[in-house]
Structure formats: C-alpha cells, structure tokens
Design a protein around this ligand. Structure first.
Ligand code: IMP
Ligand code: MG
Length: 190
C-alpha cells in the first residue's frame, strides 16, 4: 500500500476544495424550492426534465420536495464550450422520451453560466406545444451571462464567477459525488 498524501486524502476532504455551500445548506434551500414549486403548480401535473449529467443530484432531491403528480425525463446536450464558440450551438445527444404537448414542463439545470445551453434548449422545446415551460437551476452565475434575456424561474443560489464542483457538478468528469458544493482552489490541479 502506498503511503503518499494523495492516497491518504479522501475525495470529500480533498485539500484543493473550499466549501461554498454545505450539504445541510443545500438541502434547506432545495426544500424551499420544492415548496415554492408545489404551491405554484397546485392542481397541475408536472413533467420535470433534468439536463444530464450535472442536474442529476439536484433533480433527485428536488422532486422529493415537490408534492404533486409528475413524470420525470432527462435530456443530454453538448454545448461546445471548450471550443470557445459563442454561437451557442447545442447538439442534442439524448432527447425526451415523450411528447410534451399540453404538459407543464420544468427544466432542471445544475448551473446557468453564459445561458447559451438553456437558451437553445428553450428554443427547441418551445416549439413542442407545452402548456408551460419554466426553468429551475441550483446555481446561477450571472456574471458571464451572454443571454441576458434568459428568465430563470427558480434559483437555488446566485454565485460569484468561480468554478465550482460537487452535488452533481464536475471538473473534467470528477467531483460529482461530493455532498456539498465547493470552489476548486487550483483548477490546474484537477
Ligand atoms: P452555459 O451554457 O454557459 O450556461 O453552460 C452551463 C453548463 O456549463 C452547465 O450545465 C455546466 O455543465 C457547465 N458549467 C458552467 N459553470 C460551471 C462550474 O462552475 N462548474 C461546473 N460546470 C460548470
Ligand atoms: Mg451541465
């Protein structure tokens, strides 16, 4: 067995992470969002759509605080962020499994940054005749926003322009399993 520091440090106590929101704080906020959605949609049936993969943890917690009949579904998109394209082209990698015509749809995201991904998704789903279409995001990073007109109906927390991980959010695929949200101190060490 190696005795190197890397082997002795667990992922949740990784020294390159600085906690921004504890698990308890997140749970309290998600409970509030769920209660708000429950009251806003009273008497209706929901179709809750998670955007893979980042929203999976938030989605799993949020739906358990929405006391209404619902179905859930997932979409997967690639947003070409790394290519520094500002066109906001979004490729659908996995579409919804059912039509959303006449349904009350809530799209669930992990974080809205430039807003390009969600704008494109809204444009696409907006053509499908939903009864209503709203957005919920755990985190909103307003500073880098390009799509200033994007309306987010339900926001967990507004955060500064820093790269964060955990509770579904990743850095190069890692850290989605953290039960809290953290800032990566040295992104080059991910
Ligand atoms: P947008 O199209 O710029 O709004 O991109 C949103 C997507 O970028 C999110 O769904 C995340 O996958 C990713 N993203 C943006 N900021 C962060 C961050 O701080 N941590 C992890 N992923 C992020
Ligand atoms: Mg994402």
């Amino acid at each position: 067995m190696s005795t190197s520091t890397a082997q002795q440090t667990t992922e949740f106590s990784n020294p390159n992470l600085e906690t921004l929101y504890t698990g308890d704080r997140i749970q309290a906020r998600v409970r509030e969002l769920g209660a708000q959605i429950t009251s806003d949609y009273a008497g209706k049936t929901l179709y809750v759509v998670g955007v893979l993969k980042g929203s999976c943890v938030f989605m799993a917690d949020l739906i358990r605080h929405i006391d209404l009949p619902m179905e859930i579904d997932f979409m997967a998109v690639s947003s070409y962020k790394d290519e520094l394209r500002s066109t906001g082209d979004v490729e659908i990698l996995k579409d919804l499994m059912k039509p959303i015509r006449d349904r009350h749809v809530i799209i669930v995201e992990d974080i809205v940054d430039t807003g390009l991904t969600l704008s494109h998704l809204l444009e696409l789903l907006g053509t499908r005749g939903a009864a209503s279409l709203r957005l919920a995001t755990l985190l909103d990073k307003p500073e880098p926003r390009i799509k200033k007109e994007l309306v987010i109906d339900y926001t967990g927390f507004q955060i500064p322009n820093k790269f964060v991980v955990g509770y579904g959010l990743d850095a190069a695929g890692r850290y989605r399993n953290l039960p809290f949200i953290a800032v990566v101190k040295d992104p080059s060490a991910v």
